[in-house]
Design a protein around this ligand. Structure first.
Ligand code: 5GP
Ligand code: ZN
Length: 112
């Protein structure tokens, strides 16, 4: 399958990595929308959050625990936002599940 984030997960396309293990990869967004903006992806291809099942519970726990640890290490004590866009109306441009993590500025609500 021709998928940008599968290629990044497999190291075929370079990325600025923050963390990697067998299951997940965290890397900086190429077009940051905040002073800190990184993405966390599962290495296995999942189209979006709409394709998640109960069986992905451990994976999601691992992703959120990693986000928490990385934000702590990056000094995001004022808070941060985790976003996953789904489908056309959600503004998803890459069809491989990813969690945006945005920090180090005050983020507006609701999003546009
Ligand atoms: P989406 O719009 O699907 O929620 O988010 C996709 C994100 O991937 C965007 O924020 C975009 O800047 C980022 N992105 C797209 N291509 C690349 C790339 O080749 N490398 C990195 N690091 N980020 C990318
Ligand atoms: Zn993929």
């Amino acid at each position: 399958m021709d998928c940008l984030f599968c290629s990044i997960a497999q190291g075929q396309i370079p990325s600025n990595k923050l963390f990697e293990d067998e299951e997940i990869l965290a890397f900086y967004d190429i077009d940051p929308q905040a002073p800190i903006h990184f993405l966390v992806i599962p290495k296995k291809h999942i189209d979006s959050a709409a394709a998640l099942t109960q069986q992905d519970g451990a994976l999601l726990g691992h992703i959120y625990a990693t986000i928490s640890r990385l934000c702590s290490e990056l000094g995001c004590e004022n808070g941060y936002r985790v976003v996953t866009n789904v489908g056309q109306d959600g503004g998803q441009s890459v069809k491989h599940l990813h969690f945006h993590v945005l920090a180090k500025r005050s983020l507006a609500w609701p999003p546009g």
